[in-house]
Write a protein that binds this ligand. Sequence first.
Ligand SMILES: [Mg+2]
Length: 236
Amino acid sequence: MDKINLDNYKGIIFDMDGVIFNISDAIRKAVDDSVNKYQLNVKQNEVMEEIALLIEELQNYPVPKIILNSYNLLKVQFLEGLNYFKKLRIAIFMFNQFNKYKDAESSIYDGIDKLVSTLSKHRKLAILTNNKSQYAEEILDKFDLSDFFGTIIGFNDVSEVKPNPEGILKILDKWNIKPEEAIFIGDMTTDIDAGKAANVTMICVASGLAQKQTLKQHKPDILVDNTKELIKLFSL
Ligand SMILES: [Mg+2]
């Protein structure tokens, strides 16, 4: 099994949802509710990543802006064949259900707090999320993790979100380190693509939203199945 030699690195960048914060159950339940309410014919594990990305995008905007920016909504495959208004209705319903479950039931992955706290004693840590940075701060605060991250970059801090490498490059620039001195840990194909474009070491955690096979196709440097395996990569 691969091991990370921390001596080779100066900084580690974490994605939040799917790496630190576990939103899988909230998404799964929101999908279930939508499938039942609207009698959708979808295979849940095939649409999870698409929906996770859609939700990541939706949660940054008020509804009128979602409607204005609904180009992506029109493209999603799991709503293929439905008219625009029905797509919008389903997406907003699903998004509301997600928010309800997310606040009530979501937590951080077991052991991730200890990993983050230990790594922060040795290396600089940052968060790179396609969410709003303020939302990331709230979640980190809630689980007493804020102090470990000197830098938090959200969609509001960049002109292009992941898979564009802009956010990673911005953090490297701030730290004044080279790409080969940094690690990026994410859970989606968009994370892998961003990490590879930035030339950092890309670790992907297949935590459940994206299918492992799909993640493999995007060729992360290291692919692990869960947080437990992620922790094992760092012999601390
Ligand atoms: Mg993620």
